[in-house]
Design a protein around this ligand. Sequence first.
Ligand code: FE
Ligand code: CA
Length: 525
Amino acid sequence: MSERLLGRRSFLAAGLAAPLLGVSNGCGLGAPRFSANPFTLGIASGDPAPDGVVLWTRLATDPLHGGGLPPDESYQVHWRIASDSNMLQVVQQGTAEAVPEWGHSVHVEVSGLEPGRWYWYQFRAGSEESPRGRTRTAEGTGASLQKLRFAVASCQHYEHGYFTAYRHMASEDLELVVHLGDYIYEGASKEDSGKEDNAEEGRTRRHFGGEIKSLAAYRNRYALYKSDPDLQAAHAAFPWVVTWDDHEFDNNYASGIPEEKAPAPRDAFLARRAAAYHAYYEHMPLRRSAMPSGPRMQLYRSLGYGNLARFSVLDTRQYRSDQPCGDRNKPLCEGVFDPAATMLGSEQEDWLGAQLRGSDARWNLLAQQVMMGRVDRLPGPEKLFSMDQWSGYEAPRKRLLASLREGTAANPVVLTGDIHANWVNDLKVDFDDPRSTAVATEFVGTSITSGGDGSDLREETAGVLRENPFVKFFNNQRGYIRCTLTPELCQADYQVMDFVEKPGGTISTRASFVVENGRPGAVPA
Ligand code: FE
Ligand code: CA
C-alpha cells in the first residue's frame, strides 16, 4: 500500500476531467497525493523547432521496480514554461495526462514560442514539483545565425563508470546535445550474466536482473540510467536530440534479425523490439510523430537552425539488411558488395536524399550511429573490416558518399557514435584510391562511459593510422565532442575524461579539429 497512490482513481481515461484538474493546482480536494516524490527520473526537453520544443518527464515513485504507481491510474501533470530562470514570466502552461500505457510519461509539444531563445520549464503533479529545466528553441528558418554550439554524446554503459562527463557537459556553453545512441545497455548484470570475462571491463556500478526483454524490464533499465544525477543535470541544462543505436534493443541487431550468435524466432524478436521501442519512446523527449506502433518507430527526422545548420538524424538499425558474413571484423566477403544491401532502408534513403537536395544550410550534419570511414583494422596487405559499420555495406556507403560529392548540400559533416573511441576521418567515395579526395568529414565521438577509463591510444593504433591515412585522429578515452559552427568553420573539440571508473574525474580538451567552409576534410585547429 505504501507505494500506492493515495488519491482518487483517475477518470481521465473518459476524457472528462482535464480542464477541471488543470486548475486544481494540487490544492483541490481531488489532487493526487504521492507516497514519494514522483519526479525521480528528472526532466528533459528535446527536438527544438523555431517555435517550440518537447518537454518530458515520467512519474515514478519507485523507479527501479516498475515505477511504483498503480497500473490502472492516470495522472494530470501540470507544466509551465517561462522566459526567465526564476519562472516569474510564464509564457505558457497546461496539463498533460500521464497514462499507465506509456509508463506515466509525459511528452508536451509546446508551440508558439519565440525562435532562438532560452526558456525554463517545470512540472507539477499534485503538490509535488519537478526540478526546473532550461531549454532553447531553434533559430527560425532562413534566419542568419552566426554561431551554434552543441555536444555529441553516445554509449553510456552504467556498469562501466560514472556519468561525470555529463556533469561537465552541463556547465558548458551549449545550445543543444545530440545523442547518438546506446543510451542504455540491455545486458544482464554481472551476477546474472554467468560470464567471467565481464570482470575485466571494470564494472563499477551494477545493472540488476538478467538481459532485459520485457517492457517492464526495459522500463526498469531506463529508470536505473535516468536516476543518475549527472545525466539528469545534462538533460536539465539543454534540449537534446536523440537517436538510438543497437543496445536500446539488442546488440548488433539488424532490423528483425538478432546478432549472429543469438538466434531467435522472428515473431518473438519483433515482440521484444516492440517492447524496446515502446520504452525508448517513453523515456525520450520525442515528438508524437515518433510514437511507436508495435515494432515500428519513425525516429529519423530533420532539424534546422536558421541558415547555419541542418541536422538529419538517422536510424541505421531498424531498416538495415543483415550484416554480411557475420557481425564481427571480417575480411572482405561477397556480401559486403551486395548491391541490394541497405543501411537506411529505401524510404529513409530517399528521404535523406530529399533533405540534402532541399537544404540551403551552411552545414549539413548527419547524426547517425556507425562509422562511415572504411577503416582497415589489420595492418599489412590483408584487410579486416567491421561488418556492423558502413564498411560492411559498400553499395549504400558509396551511394551516400557519391550523393554528397555530387549533391548541392553544403559542407556535409557526419557525426558518429557506437565504437567507444574518438576518430576524425576524411570520407571518400573510393577509399582504395589514394587520389580520391574527401567529400565529407566524419567526427566519431567516444563513449560517456562504455569501455571504462580507456587510454590515449591502443596497442594497434599506430598500425591502424598508418594503414588508413584518411584517419586524422584517434583517442580511446571517454567523454564527448563539443562542436562549434560558424558560417566559416565547424570545430570539434574532443573533450576527454581522465577517468570514469571512479567519481570525480576531470575533463580536458584532448584535440581540436576544424572543417573550413567549402573544404571537406578536417585539419587540426
Ligand atoms: Fe556502445
Ligand atoms: Ca547479424
